[in-house]
Write a protein that binds this ligand. Structure first.
Ligand SMILES: Nc1nc2c(c(=O)[nH]1)N[C@H]1C(S)=C(S)[C@@H](COP(=O)(O)OP(=O)(O)OC[C@H]3O[C@@H](n4cnc5c(N)ncnc54)[C@H](O)[C@@H]3O)O[C@H]1N2
Ligand code: MOO
Ligand SMILES: [Mg+2]
Length: 404
């Protein structure tokens, strides 16, 4: 696959995913630090949630059968949330609150707005169904069931769910250790003055942000000179501490492009040149057994290829599902007059056009124009060998979905 032909995106993904090792290192973290982490084992429900039947409203717990008797019904008890109720005395009602446990013997709760309170008890003013306003024990989670599968990424709602089961700690996969190597003699770090011929190192920061959002640990972040010696030395050093090396630049055909050349010379290049736009010269291989994802240097190509190729790889290593993103089918609000053999990922966003949701494309899709990606909220896909007219349906993926 490292020949001169462009490899289709699907074929490349299949090839790369087949080589993604699932990380088996785990660690136990406090729930307060679990956001964004990935469950290393399925989470089984230790006890029903909620642990007891409880009231959905503020009102009165009753026996449904007592409604057939003469009213008012005397109020024999008061059950604030957080207390353990006594059984409901026959022929009586209990004052109850939202979240209070239902007393034994009660089988319905009447909202207080549906009740007239008199000196001798309550009169129920509306029809009441059996079980009305009772939230059943275990309605959320049943003891012994699987609450969350292995590989779940913990979002705020999963933090809440784990807490609802009383879990103070969770076992998660250790973060994927990633090295970021940016290549280019023209690169200068932000904060330094620019000399003629120099530009700021953009990709380092895009990649730092992407990897943080993807839940990875950046173990090394260096910029290398455009020489074969520096490339061999730094790649080899990174290989000893990282699970994955991500490089930017140096994968095209110029004699200053050393990343692809070094991988090839060491027999570790397994994929080069994809039918993707931007990002064509993407390279994948390994050095000393550590996988290397060689992203092209152009800043928009880095973002697109990371999202389309890098994220599925990372997800697989993290033990997460790698089902392709779903996206949305939406009409294009732009034109692509000339077909390309490469699948194009257009920096785009949704817009309302005459009341209809449409995909709007940033006018300059050059892979050197990163402001396109800041303007955009996602990527629209123009399939290979296809022209686009306004109104044609395209698939649109939000950045959130691609990075989720
Ligand atoms: N003769 C050909 N030239 C090029 C081809 C081709 O097929 N034949 N492909 C072009 C395409 S497409 C791309 S994409 C680039 C990829 O080039 P490299 O991966 O070798 O990257 P570089 O040459 O090192 O850099 C490309 C471009 O990006 C800028 N850059 C690199 N790193 C950074 C960084 N960290 N921050 C900001 N900007 C960066 C660099 O200055 C160059 O302008 O090759 C085309 N050429
Ligand atoms: O594939 Mo390159 O990123 O098109 O310029
Ligand atoms: Mg180059």
């Amino acid at each position: 696959m490292a020949g001169s032909q462009l490899t289709p995106v699907e074929t490349a993904l299949e090839h790369i995913l087949a080589q993604a090792p699932v990380i088996d290192r785990t660690e136990t973290v406090p729930l307060t630090e679990a956001l964004g982490r990935i469950l290393a084992e399925p989470c089984l429900v230790p006890a029903d949630v909620p642990p007891a039947d409880n009231s959905a409203v503020d009102g009165y717990a009753i026996r449904h059968a007592d409604l057939a008797e003469e009213q008012p019904i005397p109020v024999s008890d008061r059950i604030p949330a957080g207390t353990a109720p006594l059984p409901l005395a026959p022929g009586s009602a209990a004052r109850i609150f939202t979240g209070s446990e239902i007393p034994e013997g009660a089988d319905a709760v009447v909202m207080q707005e549906r009740v007239e309170v008199t000196d001798s008890g309550i009169r129920v003013l509306a029809a009441v169904e059996p079980s009305q306003n009772i939230r059943k024990r275990g309605q959320d989670l049943r003891q012994g069931d699987q609450a969350l599968p292995r590989g779940t990424r913990i979002r705020p709602q999963e933090m809440g769910l784990l807490a609802s089961m009383g879990m103070a700690h969770v076992t998660v996969t250790a973060p994927l250790r990633v090295a970021i190597l940016t290549t280019g003699d023209e690169l200068v770090e932000p904060g330094e003055p620019l000399k003629p011929g120099q530009i700021y190192n953009t990709n380092r920061f895009t990649l730092l942000g992407l990897l943080e959002e993807a839940g990875c640990e950046v173990v090394l972040c260096e910029t290398l000179e455009d020489t074969r010696e520096a490339t061999v030395e730094t790649l080899s050093r990174a290989a000893s501490s990282a699970d994955l090396i991500i490089t930017s630049g140096g994968v095209s055909v110029g004699e200053e492009d050393h990343v692809r050349a070094v991988l090839e010379a060491r027999g570790g290049l397994s994929l080069w040149r994809l039918a993707i736009k931007p990002g064509k010269p993407l390279a994948f291989g390994s050095i000393s057994g550590t996988p290397v994802l060689g992203l092209p240097g152009n800043p928009a190509a880095v973002l697109v290829t990371f999202l389309v190729v890098g994220m599925p790889y990372i997800r697989r290593c993290q033990g997460r599902a790698t089902t392709p993103p779903v996206g949305e089918r939406l009409p294009a609000g732009f034109e692509v007059p000339a077909p390309s053999v490469r699948r194009e990922f257009v920096r785009a966003r949704k817009a309302l056009l005459n009341g209809k949701t449409t995909i709007e494309a940033f006018p300059n899709q050059s892979s050197g124009v990163l402001s396109s990606a800041c303007w955009a909220d996602g990527l629209a896909v123009v399939p290979e060998n296809t022209t686009v007219k306004p109104g044609n349906l395209l698939t649109y993926y939000s950045f959130n979905e691609l990075l989720g």
